[in-house]
Design a protein around this ligand. Structure first.
Ligand code: TRP
Length: 361
């Protein structure tokens, strides 16, 4: 069986380093690993509209931001297909048919949907489109027969929902769809990178994000004002590394060669942590180290972004080409789905012959 990747993001803002360690970095590695037959990366604008219905301009403006972030991280249009969800109308058709395979109570039990309904105060004014977006996400995944979906932990209920739809479809009609597996980030720090203020989640509204497109100065300011350990007051005090944002970021970003380059007194992160916990290691030193790492990591991303920013029409062209290509793949799956569901009247000569015979023809 072919190995196919599909994943995506809602275009509601620029992507930040939480997206990077949680998924983008991995996607680029997978794309370059040569182990996959196809990689599809979707800008999920239709899904973004399910809770931004009165703000279409926001979604429209962020298509290019997300595309630039993708390209700048190293997603390569020669190797990966970048597409815009709304341009693949086949996805709506698939969604409509999959709706027959899912119960309302099953959707109500989807933990991600449940949490998001609460977060958005949708309890009494829940748009049907928002409520059913897990089904549309199943269409996104199955249209491309994806085997592998690299996502953050919060998306696991979506993958589970997709797997159930696939099983139900294949049992009820015919073995057409492929059950995907989620691919989660490997470390805890990458799975849940906190905001720079130590809050559990990076979010634009909290102003605690480091964006991939931030300037070197912005990154430095954000790193130097990061939340650390409130009980670590004097340098000589023993400090905590658990729940200390700087150390969580070091968990996610630091590599042995960073120590050689910027902090050769320590062989690795374990030694640095041990010193901090013993006492005698100041926050400024670890923040400067983290800043060096962040600058080194973000520099090539920023440089590639500037390249693409100079040719925005080409970026739209990449998205158009990717969407066209994706559409062909989705159309093929849709046609198999309709065949399995017996709604392919005009291409089934056997049906016409049998009906003719029935009427004595
Ligand atoms: N729900 C995902 C998010 O909020 C975005 C998304 C849409 C997606 N369709 C997808 C992710 C298909 C993986 C596969 O980030």
């Amino acid at each position: 069986m072919k190995k196919i990747i599909l994943t995506g993001d809602r275009p509601t803002g620029k992507l930040h380093i939480g997206h990077y360690v949680g998924s983008l970095r991995r996607r680029v590695e997978l794309q370059n690993s040569g182990e996959y037959d196809k990689t599809f990366i979707m800008i999920a604008d239709a899904q973004a509209l399910t809770d931004n219905i009165d703000n279409p301009e926001k979604v429209r403006q962020n298509i290019i931001e997300v595309a630039l972030d993708y390209l700048s991280c190293g997603l390569d249009p020669a190797k990966s297909t970048l597409l815009i969800q709304s341009q693949i109308s086949e996805l709506c058709e698939l969604t409509f048919y999959y709706m027959d395979l899912v119960t309302v109570s099953r959707l109500q039990r989807n933990p991600t949907v449940k949490a998001e309904i609460q977060m958005r105060n949708f309890e009494t004014s829940l748009p049907v489109g928002f409520f059913t977006y897990p089904i549309s996400q199943a269409a996104d995944i199955t249209a491309f027969k994806a085997t592998t979906v690299p996502v953050g932990e919060d998306q696991l209920p979506m993958i589970e929902q997709t797997r159930e739809i696939v099983r139900k479809f294949n049992q009820t009609y015919a073995n057409v769809l492929v059950e995907p597996d989620a691919l989660l980030p490997t470390s805890d720090a990458c799975r849940r990178l906190p905001g720079t203020d130590g809050k559990a989640k990076m979010s634009k509204s909290l102003g605690n994000c480091i964006y991939l497109s931030d300037s070197p100065d912005d990154v430095k300011t954000k790193v130097m004002s990061m939340y650390t350990d409130p009980t670590h007051i004097a340098v000589s005090d023993p400090g905590h590394v658990e729940g200390n944002t700087v150390f969580t970021y070091l968990d996610a970003f630091s590599r042995p060669e960073h120590f050689e380059r910027y902090l050769p007194d320590y062989a690795n992160l374990d030694e640095l942590k041990a010193h901090y916990m013993r006492g005698g290691l100041g926050d400024v030193k670890i923040k400067k180290f983290l800043n060096n790492i962040m600058q080194e990591t973000l520099e090539p991303i920023r440089a590639r972004r500037h390249e693409y920013e100079r040719d925005i029409p080409e970026v739209y062209n990449i998205l158009k080409k990717g969407s066209d290509e994706a559409r062909e793949v989705a159309a093929k799956t849709l046609s198999e789905v309709k065949g399995a569901m017996k709604i392919d009247y005009f291409s089934d000569e056997e049906l016409i012959r049998a009906q003719t015979e029935k009427y004595g023809g």
